[in-house]
Design a protein around this ligand. Structure first.
Ligand SMILES: [Fe+2]
Ligand SMILES: [Fe+2]
Length: 336
């Protein structure tokens, strides 16, 4: 029997006892407590809200759901094709299996959302084709595909150069895609909610948001583990590459914001979105142990509560802190 030395050493380790990475196993168990289903999200009142929106707001929501149409599928593909292959720990692979299920639920949620929001089959087809036809969405997808293609041909992480490329892919998906593109998208949803609109979408988004936050945390834990095991990978060059990547992601998301916001809407415009994205990008850099570069404050008060998962929004139909308790009881937030 061979013993794996490091998390990124090539192979498909099978040994769970003794357990080398118990924290990854705990993350898997925690994720199971957050099980939710698309059928629990009631989108009925959203349909009436959509009819009330101004043309500018309708344009914004149309573009937003077109981004949602393919975003999580791209993440799921990278998870299977890259992360699962190279993170060599059966505990971590348990977590990734669970994450793959969650991405499937997200894909199903957005499919249901598009079916509800876009009753015309031609509009629906156009939303799914946005990844090719709408420049601001195509650019974000192109950013993702660039970092997928970087590692596509890597079968085994033999050299330091291989591991560096893999780390950039992992960091890209956690910090830039789940941690920035999706956070940008969630801000538009909560902006609608702050104005009393689209509560069904906001409810589903609460659960997606919680899942994405955990996906990102897991990926950052993997980065921390690699940093402990192979600190020589974390040099100035990696810091520069990650910083450049985040700047590129902010620019891509800003182009999307320009497309969505046009000349601006009450409480939502390209400039406030820029500040928000810069603030989020700094948080990602800081979490990775790198220096922040923007120094921007979060301009969106409606996003501040979202980091605290235990808080229950009064407007929600079910508290998102609800968990399927593994011991057979149900935990409801008692403060509700
Ligand atoms: Fe997702
Ligand atoms: Fe995710």
């Amino acid at each position: 029997m061979t013993t794996t030395q490091n998390l990124l050493d090539p192979g498909f380790e099978l040994t769970l006892r003794p357990m080398r990475y118990p924290d990854f196993y705990e993350r898997y168990r925690d994720a199971i407590k957050n099980t939710w289903t698309v059928e629990e999200v009631d989108l009925h009142s959203d349909v009436a809200d959509l009819a009330k929106l101004s043309p500018a707001e309708q344009h914004l929501i149309g573009r937003l759901v077109a981004f949602f149409a393919t975003g999580d599928s791209i993440v799921a593909n990278n998870l299977v094709l890259t992360l699962y292959k190279h993170i060599n720990s059966p505990e971590a692979r348990l977590y990734l299996s669970r994450q793959l299920f969650e991405e499937a639920v997200h894909v199903q949620f957005y499919l249901t959302l598009l079916d509800t929001y876009l009753p015309d089959p031609e509009d629906r087809a156009a939303a799914f084709a946005a990844v090719e036809n709408i420049p601001s969405i195509r650019e974000k997808a192109g950013f993702c595909f660039k970092w997928i293609n970087e590692v596509e041909k890597l079968e085994r992480l033999e050299s330091q150069a291989d591991r560096r490329r893999f780390l950039l892919n992992l960091i890209c998906f956690a910090a830039c895609i789940e941690g920035l593109f999706f956070y940008g998208a969630f801000a538009y949803v909560y902006w609608f909610r702050s104005r009393g609109l689209l509560h069904g979408l906001a409810t589903g988004t609460n659960w997606v948001f919680r899942d994405e936050t955990m996906h990102m945390s897991f990926a950052f834990d993997v980065v921390d583990t690699v940093r402990k095991e192979e600190p020589e990978l974390f040099d100035d060059r990696l810091q520069q590459e990650v910083t450049d990547m985040l700047r590129e992601a902010v620019e891509a998301e800003l182009q999307f914001a320009r497309d969505l916001c046009g000349d601006g809407l009450p409480g939502m415009n390209t400039e406030s979105m820029r500040q928000y994205l810069e603030c989020v990008a700094d948080q990602r850099l800081t979490r990775l142990g790198f220096a922040p570069v923007y120094g921007s404050e979060n301009p969106f008060s409606f996003m501040e509560l979202q980091g605290v998962q235990e808080l229950t929004n009064f407007f929600e139909r079910r508290p998102s802190a609800y968990q399927v308790a593994v011991e057979g009881t149900v935990d409801l937030d008692e403060d509700f």
